[in-house]
Design a protein. Structure first.
Length: 237
């Protein structure tokens, strides 16, 4: 039986801590991952955010799709081979005393296959985080695409309410096809997986995890999170 046609897509999720550490090393890590779509968190949003986003995109050989300061940090980058159909920046309801959170959204197309992506960074407060998890799923679904990819810093790990709510509605890519290293935080001796990529059920996860290509010292110098790289297959029919 012939294998149904599909499009392979590389997706990277990475919290870059406002490029406050070794930004050139961040760019080198992103370039090595060779992702088609890069979903960042904590992109610079106070000091010349558009200029810094443009610098990072150029340094990574990518272009800015959307997000950044308008989404309070989540930023979407992509290769020139990714067609941008639509972008949205959504601010999530904020609990007084906590940071404003948002989600950067886009409808994209590669080789004729359309899909929706979202990059987000959930709250430090557990109750707010659980509510935000439901909202980001709703906003991602509102883009109207069957194929959906959500990535971000969820500020909690599997077995907790917000993460498990996301994993009940979308597939946890690392759990589906673990590869490389698992843990993403803290940056020294990481022991938690709080950064993740989630995909709709018809998307095949080929592999997902923290690449082994860099040393602990390099990851620690770049930012305070480890990157998560997923190789996905999206049905073409």
């Amino acid at each position: 039986m012939a294998t149904p046609p599909s499009v392979e897509l590389r997706v990277l999720s990475y919290n870059v801590r406002s490029l406050r550490d070794d930004r050139r090393l961040v760019a080198r890590i992103v370039r090595w991952c060779a992702a088609d779509v890069v979903l960042l968190q904590e992109a610079p949003r106070f000091l010349l955010p558009k200029t810094q986003a443009a610098w990072l995109a150029r340094a990574c050989g990518l272009h800015v799709v959307g997000g950044g300061a308008a989404a309070t940090g989540p930023l979407i980058l992509a290769t020139l081979g990714v067609k941008v159909l639509e972008t949205r920046n959504v601010l999530l309801p904020r609990t007084p005393g906590y940071h404003q959170r948002g989600i950067a959204l886009a409808r994209l197309q590669v080789d004729g296959v359309r899909f929706a992506v979202g990059s987000t960074h959930l709250s430090l407060d557990g109750d707010e985080r659980r509510r935000q998890a439901d909202l980001v799923l709703t906003h991602l679904a509102d883009l109207g695409e069957e194929h959906r990819i959500l990535a971000g810093d969820m500020n909690e790990h599997p077995g907790h309410p917000a993460w498990d709510h996301l994993a009940a509605r979308l597939d946890d890519a690392y759990a589906a096809a673990p590869w490389g290293r698992e843990f993403t935080s803290p940056h020294r001796n990481p022991w938690r997986r709080i950064d993740g990529i989630f995909v709709s059920s018809e998307i095949e996860v080929v592999r997902c995890g923290v690449p082994d290509a860099f040393t602990d010292a390099e990851y620690e110098a770049a930012t305070d999170h480890r990157p998560v790289l997923a190789v996905l297959r999206l049905p073409a029919g």
